[in-house]
Every structure is written in structure tokens, then in C-alpha cells.
Design a protein around this ligand. Structure first.
Ligand SMILES: [Zn+2]
Length: 311
């Protein structure tokens, strides 16, 4: 069995975007309840630390981080930053723990005390632009962790794989002009946020989008990864593989119209582990992004973690 570190924090349950919002605390509770199963007794369970100001400014301008830190919504109220993105008084600490959990996962894997890591955190991060909260996201947690890996651990080439049903516009924007960063995403298109065309390729073909038409299912998803996404990852030869693990491409998800089954998330996890084994000694750090049907989310995330634990 592989040593898999699990980073989470109860502060991530205190981000409440308001009644009826799909990105609700119950999502993380569902994932953590699934990970209470005896199959997961071998997880190395750790508290997600708060990302520091300095870490967040690896990606976000200081003025943006200061502005988010300075938000002080009244207790018990959710305040809108845009049409989808709300903050309450617990949101800033949650967002710092979310980014901090992914950063700590990178440190665990690079230091070598874990083979792989999963950050069970919220809010998600892949829609956050450098200077704009967006799509339920405040900080671009996975992109921050990628830059942290390069700065702290002296590696050059980091890849982010994003199988959330939505395109990670924030991660793409942050990565697009740096040839040593590679972003590859499968997502429903057209869909929110509207980016993610296959013609968006970055400065050195270091962005790869695999748009899937609404109604696409396991066959289309697997073909896109087998034929295009995975070969490109092998060719890029990352020194560390990060995963934006959203589970909203599941057929049960209410926010989009892809038709994946729970087992497809096990399949993509296996394939990504094969990339990591070949390219970077198996070093893979995954972070929870979307997934809005609680049962599908819990089952899919649990299968993802179970596969990370298997040799
Ligand atoms: Zn999503």
C-alpha cells in the first residue's frame, strides 16, 4: 500500500455561501464520511495549515490577497463577490486552509514522507483568477501549490491535470505564459466558465484542452485522455503531477451534463498514477475541486483516494 497523506481542516466546513448554494459544507462532510470507512485506516491524516500571505502572492497580486484578507462579512451572512461566489465570516480562513492543504500535500510528497497526497478542502480554486474571485473560488489553490513546489523544492516542470467538468480558467491563465508549467483539462464545452477551447494552447503548447460535448460519457472521456491528454503528459515529463480533482462530470451531478460513472474516476486516477510513476517517481498531489451530488461526490472521491493508495 502506498503512503497517502490526507490534508483537511474543520475550518473548511465554516465557509458557507448561503442557503441553497451548491458549494455547501455538506460536500466536504460527505467526502470525509466516506473516508471514515475502514479501507482508509492507512491514510496519514494531517491538518491543513493556512496558506501564508507570501505563498498566496506566488500567484495572486499582493493587493488582491490583502483585499480578500480584509473582507469581514457580518456573522451569519453571505456576501456576494460575483453572481456565484459568496463569502461569510469563515470563508477567508477556509480558503487559506484549502490552499494550505494543497501546499502541504506538495511538501509531504517532495519531502518523501508520503508517496501521494489528497487535499479534502473547500472552497475550490481552479476558477480563481490572479486578481478576481470567481466561480465559488477565492484563491487558485492548485496553481499556488505548483509555484510553491518550484520555489521551495527547486523543481522546474509541474503539470496540473484537471478533470473537473468545468474548465479551470484561473489555472490556465496563470500557467499559459510559462513553458515549464503544463495545464491539461477535460471539461464540458460549452459550459461555465466559457473558456477551454482546444485552440487555447498557451505560449508553448503548454495548455491542452479536451472539450467534451454535453451528454458525452465514459467512452468520449477515456478516448480524449488516452489519445491526447495522457500522451501529452508523458511527453511533458513533469517533475511533479498535481490534480484538480472535481467530480462534477459524474452523470448524477446537477451542474453539468457529462455522463461519467463513479468507476471512471478510478480509471483516470490509475492512468495519472502511471504518468507519475513513469515521469516523477509517482509524486502526485490531488485536491478536491467540484462535485455537487453528495452521493456521487462521496463515492467518486473515495474511489479516487482508494486508487491513490493502491500500488
Ligand atoms: Zn466544477
Amino acid at each position: 500500500m502506498k503512503r497517502v497523506a490526507l490534508f483537511t481542516h474543520t475550518a473548511c466546513l465554516e465557509h458557507d455561501p448561503g442557503a441553497g448554494h451548491p458549494e455547501c459544507p455538506a460536500r466536504l462532510r460527505a467526502v470525509m464520511t466516506a473516508l471514515d470507512h475502514p479501507d482508509f485506516v492507512g491514510l496519514l491524516r494531517e491538518q491543513a495549515p493556512e496558506a501564508t500571505f507570501e505563498q498566496l502572492t506566488l500567484v495572486h497580486p499582493a493587493a488582491y490577497v490583502q483585499a480578500i484578507f480584509a473582507l469581514s462579512p457580518p456573522h451569519g451572512e453571505a456576501v456576494a463577490l460575483d453572481a456565484d461566489t459568496y463569502v461569510c465570516d469563515g470563508s477567508i480562513a477556509a480558503a487559506r486552509r484549502a490552499a494550505g492543504g494543497v501546499i502541504a500535500g506538495v511538501d509531504a510528497v517532495m519531502d518523501g514522507w508520503a508517496d501521494a497526497a489528497f487535499a479534502a478542502v473547500r472552497p475550490p480554486g481552479h476558477h480563481a483568477e490572479p486578481s478576481q474571485a470567481m466561480g465559488f473560488c477565492l484563491f487558485a489553490s492548485v496553481a499556488v501549490a505548483a509555484q510553491h513546489a518550484r520555489q521551495r523544492w527547486d523543481i522546474k516542470r509541474v503539470a496540473v491535470v484537471d478533470f473537473d467538468v468545468h474548465h479551470g480558467n484561473g489555472t490556465q491563465h496563470i500557467f499559459a505564459n510559462d513553458p515549464d508549467l503544463f495545464y491539461v483539462s477535460s471539461h464540458q464545452f460549452p459550459c461555465y466558465p466559457g473558456t477551454g477551447k482546444s485552440s487555447e494552447r498557451g505560449v508553448a503548447n503548454n495548455v491542452l484542452n479536451l472539450p467534451l460535448a454535453p451528454g458525452s460519457g465514459p467512452a468520449q472521456f477515456r478516448e480524449a485522455w488516452e489519445m491526447i491528454g495522457l500522451p501529452a503528459l508523458f511527453a511533458f515529463q513533469p517533475e511533479l503531477l498535481l490534480v484538480s480533482a472535481g467530480f462534477d462530470a459524474h452523470k448524477a451531478d446537477p451542474l453539468a451534463q457529462l455522463r461519467l460513472e463513479t468507476q471512471d474516476f478510478g480509471w483516470i486516477t490509475d492512468r495519472l498514477m502511471a504518468v507519475a510513476e513513469t515521469c516523477c517517481g509517482g509524486k502526485i498531489v490531488s485536491a478536491l475541486e467540484g462535485g455537487y451530488d453528495l452521493n456521487a461526490l462521496a463515492a467518486s472521491a473515495a474511489l479516487h483516494v482508494r486508487r491513490l493508495m493502491e500500488v
